[in-house]
Design a protein around this ligand. Structure first.
Ligand code: ZN
Length: 202
């Protein structure tokens, strides 16, 4: 995969020629139970992932968010109330984004740079208002809809290729179990799992 850095003509670090990269992204957490199991399984497999958190779900689950940061996962925003940003006034939309960033930063001490807008609803108007990078996806097994581990795994493995960004939701145990099977299979196929920032091209 060509990373942004490679495109700029600089040497890529620790990315041998021909390495296949893939990013697992998890929306809608943190969620008691399922997110905890996911973090344990990712750690066991030494995989870094990306989490797009709902701001209003952080209160009471601060330990999970702290653990994410400690384990080296990338943490982004998924708005405070899981709203469709383009249907709000600019002021309301910015409020959703800022409130979430503050909730994450309060726990992790890290600045939040990436956002996955719910429903993929984003426009350039919002970029003017907040300095954040929008992150989409390329592989969507609709895990929230099927809630069936086997189907999720089959859909992802059928669609995945070098540079894929896989969309899952860590609020379902079926998705967490699917993530583990996807990791084990793709590792066997020679894939390396990276946080999504490594796959974004300017
Ligand atoms: Zn969502």
């Amino acid at each position: 995969v060509k990373t942004g850095r490679e495109q700029e003509g600089m040497m890529a670090e620790a990315e041998p020629e021909g390495e296949k990269l893939v990013a697992l992204t998890f929306d809608d957490g943190p969620h008691k139970g399922s997110t905890e199991r996911l973090l344990a399984g990712l750690k066991e497999r030494e995989v870094k992932a990306t989490f797009f958190l709902i701001g209003s779900s952080i209160e009471g689950e601060e330990e999970l968010v702290e653990q994410m940061a400690q384990d080296g996962h990338l943490i982004g925003s998924h708005t405070f109330h899981h709203v469709q940003l383009t249907s709000l006034s600019l002021e309301e939309a910015c409020g959703e984004i800022i409130q979430t960033n503050e909730a994450i930063t309060e726990v992790t001490g890290q600045t939040v740079e990436y956002i996955r807008p719910p429903y993929g609803s984003w426009n350039s108007r919002l970029e003017c208002a907040v300095n954040m990078r929008e992150v989409g996806w390329t592989v969507d097994p609709r895990d929230w809809d099927v809630k069936n581990t086997e189907t999720i795994v089959k859909r992802v493995l059928g669609d995945v290729k070098d540079g894929s960004i896989i969309l899952l939701h860590d609020v379902y145990d079926t998705s967490v179990e699917a993530a583990f099977q996807i990791i084990d299979e793709l590792k066997a196929q020679g894939y390396t799992f990276v946080t999504v920032d490594r796959l974004l091209i300017d």
